[in-house]
Design a protein around this ligand. Structure first.
Ligand code: GTP
Length: 304
C-alpha cells in the first residue's frame, strides 16, 4: 500500500512537471493530479485508521484543489471530497474498535475545514478579480500604445514594428511585401475652409475607409498628420499599385462630412534585397513626392 502511495505521489509530481511543457492539456492534467492527491489522502486516512495525525492531511486538499482547478471547481471538488471523507469516517468509527477520535473531534475537523474552504474561496475570488482587472488594464494599455487617438488606426510606433516584422519575414521566407504611403491632397485648404474640427472628422472617416479596405493580415496606420501608411504583406509591386489605385478611386468617390470631397496621392515601394526600414520608407516617400509633383490624385511606384 505504501509503495502504491509513493508511486501515485511520483505520478502526480511527474504530471505536474509535465504540465509546464503541455499548457494545452492544463485542465485534464490538473484534474488527474487533483484526483491522485484525493486518492492518496483518502488511502492514507484509511490505512492509518483515522489516526489524528492522518486527519491533518485532509486540510491540505482544499488549497491544492483551489490552486489546480480554480475557484468554482476547487470549491465543488473540496466540498465533495470532504463530504465523502466525513461520511466514510462517521461510518468507520463503528468498525474501528479503537477509533482514535470521537464524533466531537470529527465535527471540529469538519467545521475547521468548512472555514478553510470559505477563506480559500474568498482568497481565490479576490485573486481572480485582481487578475481580470490587470488583464483588462494591460489590454487597454496595449491598445493605447499602438493606436492613433484620432482615427483609431494603428499609430507610428505600431507601423514601425509592423514594417520591421514584414522585413524580417520577407528576408527569412523569400516573400514579397510592399508599402503604400498616401497623403491627402491640399488638406490645408480643407482646414482653412471648413475649420480644424471638420478636418479632424475627415481624417477619422478616411481612417474608417482604409480599415474597411485592407485585409486582416495587412497593417494600416496613421504615419503622421494627413499621411497614412499601409504595410501590405505578400503583395508584389503590381498588386500594391492595383490596391492603391482601388483606394484612390474609393477616396475620390467618397462623400465625406458635409458633402466634402477630397483626393489623395499615393506612393508605392516594394521590397528589394538588402532593404531595411529606412531604405524602403525613403523610396515610398520619394514615390509619393513624385505623385504630388506630377499633379496629385495619382499613384506612383518606386519602379517608375
Ligand atoms: N485637422 C487636422 N489637420 C491636420 C492634422 N495633422 C495635420 N494637419 C494639417 O494638414 C495640413 C498639411 O498641409 P501641407 O503639408 O501644406 O499639405 P497639403 O495642404 O495637404 O498639400 P499637399 O500635401 O501638397 O497636397 C496642415 O494644414 C496641417 O495643419 C490633424 O490631426 N488634424
Amino acid at each position: 500500500m505504501i509503495a502504491l502511495e509513493y508511486l501515485l505521489f511520483a505520478v502526480a509530481i511527474g504530471l505536474y512537471i509535465w504540465l509546464r511543457y503541455r499548457p494545452e492539456h492544463v485542465i485534464v492534467i490538473s484534474w488527474i493530479v487533483t484526483l491522485i492527491i484525493a486518492i492518496l489522502i483518502a488511502v492514507y486516512v484509511v490505512i492509518s485508521k483515522g489516526q489524528s495525525y492522518a486527519l491533518y492531511w485532509l486540510a491540505t486538499f482544499p488549497p491544492i484543489a483551489y490552486f489546480l482547478l480554480g475557484g468554482k471547481r476547487g470549491l465543488i471538488t473540496s466540498v465533495i471530497f470532504f463530504a465523502l471523507c466525513f461520511i466514510f469516517l462517521t461510518q468507520a468509527t463503528d468498525d474501528w474498535e479503537s477509533a482514535p477520535f470521537t464524533l466531537h473531534s470529527l465535527n471540529n475537523i469538519f467545521i475547521a475545514t468548512v472555514a478553510l474552504i470559505i477563506i480559500l474561496r474568498h482568497i481565490e475570488q479576490t485573486r481572480a478579480e485582481a487578475f481580470h482587472y490587470l488583464e483588462e488594464h494591460s489590454q487597454r494599455l496595449e491598445y493605447i500604445a499602438v493606436t492613433d487617438r484620432l482615427t483609431g488606426l494603428y499609430n507610428r510606433a505600431k507601423l514601425d514594428s509592423a514594417l520591421s516584422d514584414a522585413l524580417r519575414k520577407t528576408k527569412h521566407h523569400q516573400r514579397e511585401f510592399s508599402v503604400v504611403l498616401l497623403d491627402i491632397d491640399h488638406f490645408k485648404r480643407v482646414n482653412d475652409t471648413y475649420g480644424h474640427q471638420v478636418g479632424d472628422s475627415i481624417l477619422v472617416e478616411l481612417g474608417q475607409l482604409l480599415r474597411c479596405n485592407v485585409r486582416s493580415t495587412d497593417v494600416a496606420g496613421r504615419w503622421g498628420g494627413e499621411e497614412f501608411l499601409l504595410v501590405l504583406t505578400e503583395h508584389t509591386r503590381q498588386h500594391a499599385v492595383m490596391h492603391a489605385e482601388r483606394l484612390r478611386h474609393a477616396i475620390e468617390a467618397y462623400e465625406f462630412r458635409d458633402g466634402i470631397r477630397i483626393t489623395a496621392s499615393f506612393g508605392v515601394a516594394s521590397y528589394r534585397p538588402g532593404d531595411d526600414e529606412s531604405s524602403i520608407i525613403k523610396r515610398v516617400d520619394q514615390a509619393l513626392y513624385r505623385a504630388k509633383d506630377e499633379g496629385r490624385n495619382r499613384t506612383i511606384s518606386d519602379a517608375q
